[in-house]
Design a protein around this ligand. Sequence first.
Ligand code: HEC
Length: 165
Amino acid sequence: MSIRPSRSPLVAIALPLVVAVTALVPTTAAAQDEGPEPTPETEYRQSLMISLQHHMRALGALAGGDVAFDDHLQAHASAIEGIATMAGDAFPAGSGGPGSRSSDSIWEDWDAFLEKLEVLQTGAAALNAAAQAGDMAAVEEARGQVGSSCRGCHTDFRLREPIGG
Ligand code: HEC
């Protein structure tokens, strides 16, 4: 009598996979337990901010000559201006709360917040105009302006830790 295991090759592949996926489940659940569930507005706002960061990084790599995809420059600049414009809609009154790093002072001191937002929007418009015109000196200048607008606003209006985290 043979005691050779009679598993099919498919089972031999699938079984370890199921085990691996099952092993992941408790980790994911634990990670979610760590913080409160953000509102859809907060998640959307954070998506915009992360997109902004990534387009700025990609644009920096192009402008610094780290990569040679020169024809991508305009698309990143255009996205940055678009996101800066959309960011104006992304802070509806009272939309902070769990999981958000938006300070209440945004809504308490809305005019001061708008000033910071305008620095971003003005810089992003200049950046896009310079990129479309192919004026690299102006791109560099506007990139600096946009970059400092991030810190300018985060210092006053972004909390160190998410609310409830
Ligand atoms: C007018 C204010 C303002 C400007 C300008 C601004 N941010 Fe933010 N940013 C915020 C606030 C407020 C939050 C916290 C959002 C939340 O969690 O509700 C944030 C969050 C972020 C986050 C974290 C997102 C997350 O998932 O928690 C990143 C990354 C970020 N910003 C990048 C940038 C970059 C890059 C720039 C500049 C190109 C920029 N921001 C400009 C206000 C601003």
